[in-house]
Design a protein. Structure first.
Length: 645
């Protein structure tokens, strides 16, 4: 027991050290960068390009690092990130010309998965209700790196301009050795996702997948804008102080150290105190207001040259920025499941990298072509827009991510659960601590699934057999969530004389009659449950058909209408009736045909958000666009869907 407790503490300490390192390099280089670039005859524009090159490299690889951490675990990707950073900073410190600086800094960017892996590890090991508070401790460690970094720069740069960078390389090397011998994996094997295709690992596909949820899209936009404001400040302020007022690294460093000290206090003391009182949304709004005041103060400095305005602004932004960023990261992480924390946290870091690409170049252009105050006044506008984006993501002032739907402790029956959407739903409900029963027609396939997920209960059942349905109901009277997912699709032409007429009967029975019969048989049990749900999986093809599958499309249209009618019939009972209107999904049924498929994991993530928010008719992915086209441009919708996707 003592050894286990010690191991837990050591893992927590290593995680905090990883957070500390993730921004230590920035803390060291922010005051040094103008002088290092000037040594090789560079300009303020080259400083901006250095920041942008790092961020572009980070943007290209972070999604892959996050996705691979969901596949292989956090430990491996953390060790690779630490090794890359150690090598990159060593090359940067050796230097020799601007090209070598760019090379070293780019290597650090290409392998920079330290922060995203740290946040994913925290998400793996904490409950959703405690996650934002836990993130604040990691963010505090990150801010501590922003304190120590400028101090190292200010002290060691007097000995040698590159000495602080060598220390950073050594610090990452120590972490690599420590992590190899002492760290352990936080993502269990049963929660890992399958290896995606190489195409899926590109940043644009990853971001598109992460932004499938509308509320997450607005939160990511807000996160991007806030970081643009901050990185415009970080990249431009040293150049401004150096060029206009001849400030050297030892004079610039205390500004960043002050910001870091206040950030640590904010993360460790202020956020834990404010969070229970305000919640994430209001806390983000308060932080945004403080950031606006700080950037206005920064904009006064180029006019007056008085350092007092810089110190006041650094003090205020040191409180405001952590309030906003920690709230946003907490909201985004809590809104998705544990199995995609690596991907989501890497997407968060990718968005941050995108901000680092845009902000330094934009701030440099505004500084050179408008006036020295322009970057800071522009940042005021950015923060206001970010606050509005949060409101669009979460319009209800009383918003809470605490679900009103019971998502754990249920007994869930899923038909057609041996593969595709059904299996993805089964895995999700299993991960949320539910008892899950799946049905299928193939005993061998069910046995294979059981080997991977031993906690699943499996039943061989033909959905077209009414007696089989009755046996299911009799055997599992404690079911309180029924998911009708089983379905088949035959593509054929009615004029084809070789097609047996019995296929029509099989398709209609499986897709339409069986779900309704199972609901009817199970209703007496469901009505006795205080928390019950019926979830029918239909299709966008039930709204607009395709030419080659008339029976499938009509069966899904029938189930769509029946689901709505059932919802009306049962609205005064404890049973909630949901419908998943699926787009083209990458499943065994769609293998070898169709373009633009979404993964089963993406569908389940969007379903889960809708399910926990009690959104009964769930239009997944492109089905939302299909509904719009069907209502306003029906001929366009039919032209798109008629040949099939």
């Amino acid at each position: 027991m003592v050894n286990k407790t010690l191991h837990t503490h050591m893992l927590s300490l290593f995680t905090l050290y990883g957070g500390f390192l993730s921004f230590l390099g920035f803390g060291v280089l922010n005051p040094l960068m103008p002088s290092l670039v000037e040594r090789y005859a560079g300009t303020a524009w080259d400083v901006g390009l250095l920041y942008a090159s790092f961020s572009l490299a980070q943007f290209l690889t972070l999604p892959a690092i996050g996705a691979l951490s969901d596949v292989y675990g956090r430990r491996l990707m953390m060790l690779l990130s630490l090794m890359g950073a150690s090598i990159g900073y060593l090359i940067f410190a050796i230097g020799g010309n601007l090209g070598i600086l760019f090379a070293g800094w780019t290597i650090v960017g290409l392998t920079d998965g330290t922060a995203s892996t740290v946040f994913a590890s925290i998400a793996d090991t904490t409950e959703k209700q405690q996650r934002t508070r836990a993130f604040s401790w990691v963010s505090g460690a990150i801010a501590f790196g922003l304190i120590i970094g400028p101090v190292l720069s200010g002290v060691l740069s007097r000995v040698n301009l590159t000495a602080p960078v060598y220390v950073v390389a050594l610090a990452f090397g120590i972490a690599l050795v420590w992590g190899y011998f002492a760290s352990s994996e936080t993502l269990p094997a049963y929660k890992r996702t399958p290896l995606p295709s190489l195409l899926y690992l590109n940043p644009f596909t990853q971001l598109q997948s992460s932004l499938a949820l509308p509320h997450l899209r607005w939160l990511m936009l807000s996160f991007l804008i806030v970081n643009m404001a901050m990185f415009a400040l970080i990249s431009n302020l040293p150049a401004l102080a150096n060029e206009l007022f001849n400030w050297k690294p030892e004079r610039i460093a205390p500004l960043f150290a002050l910001f870091g000290i206040v950030s640590v206090i904010s993360q460790i003391i202020i956020i834990p105190w404010l969070l229970p009182k305000l919640g994430e949304v209001r806390m983000a709004s308060c932080g945004a207001l403080l950031m606006v005041i700080a950037f206005i103060s920064y904009s006064i400095f180029p006019i007056t040259g008085l350092p007092l305005y810089l110190y006041i602004a650094s003090l205020i932004v040191g409180v405001g920025q952590p309030l906003v960023e920690t709230s946003l990261v907490g909201l985004m992480s809590r809104s998705v499941s544990s199995e995609v924390q690596g991907r989501i946290n890497s997407s968060i870091q990718t968005v941050q990298a995108l901000a680092r690409i845009i902000a330094p170049l934009l701030a440099g252009w505004l500084y050179q072509n408008i006036n020295p105050q322009a970057p800071y006044l522009f940042s005021v506008c950015l923060v206001v827009i970010a606050a509005l984006a949060v409101k669009l993501a979460i319009p209800d002032k009383k918003f809470s991510l605490e679900t009103t739907v019971q998502t754990s402790g249920n007994v869930v029956l899923i038909t057609g659960g041996a593969s595709g959407i059904g299996l993805a739903l089964a895995r999700k409900f299993l991960q949320e601590n539910n008892k899950v029963i799946i049905t299928g027609r193939n005993q061998e396939k069910l046995a294979e699934v059981r080997e991977v997920f031993p906690d699943l209960l499996t039943e061989v059942a033909d959905m077209t057999d009414l007696e089989a349905l009755q046996r299911l109901v009799n055997k599992y009277p404690d079911v309180n969530i029924l998911i009708n997912n089983a379905g088949i699709q035959y593509n054929y032409n009615f004029t084809d004389t070789e097609i047996a007429v019995e296929q029509i009967d099989t398709e209609l029975r499986t897709n339409l009659m069986a779900p309704l019969q199972l609901i009817k048989l199970m209703l007496p049990h469901l009505l006795t449950k205080p928390n019950a749900a019926i979830i029918n999986v239909t299709s966008g093809l039930g709204i607009v058909p395709k030419q080659s599958a008339p029976v499938y499309c009509s069966s899904k249209a029938g189930l769509h209408i029946a689901t709505k009618a059932l919802r009306w019939q049962l609205e005064t009972t404890s049973i909630k009736v949901y419908e998943i209107l699926a787009p083209l999904v990458d499943t065994p049924m769609t293998e070898g045909r169709g373009k633009g498929k979404i993964s089963t994991n993406a569908l389940v993530e969007e379903f889960w958000h809708n399910f926990t928010q009690s959104h009964y008719e769930m239009r997944i992915g492109k089905v939302k666009l299909l509904f719009f086209l069907q209502r306003w441009l029906p001929q366009v919708a039919e032209k798109i869907l008629r040949p099939g996707l």
